[in-house]
Design a protein. Structure first.
Length: 101
């Protein structure tokens, strides 16, 4: 993720203000997402996707278009005053409480 610039972009600049969308969810089943699920859950691959879904407060992965919507918002005129923000599109995974060990 790029660092927040110390000075604002000049008026008319094609740069998007320093905002980011951090998708912590996955797109359709791929070897990469299977590795993430297995590493995150410690479960064998045949059980890891279900265990990972259970870790997400909304209980499901975001679809690509659900991730695209906030990205398009940040790139549009409606986000002209948004800067230095991180938008987590992860079904609540990044703010869930850790389970007691």
């Amino acid at each position: 993720m790029p660092a927040c610039p110390s000075t604002p972009a000049p008026p008319g600049s094609p740069l998007i203000p320093a905002s980011a969308s951090t998708p912590s969810t996955r797109t359709p089943d791929t070897p990469f997402t299977r590795r993430i699920e297995t590493a995150s859950t410690g479960q064998p691959s045949q059980h890891a996707a279900r265990a990972f879904d259970a870790m997400i407060p909304l209980g499901l992965h975001a679809a690509p278009e659900e991730i695209a919507r906030p990205v398009l918002h940040l790139a549009g005129d409606d986000a002209s005053s948004t800067t230095g923000a991180t938008v987590a599109v992860d079904g609540g995974l990044s703010v869930r409480e850790a389970s007691p060990s």
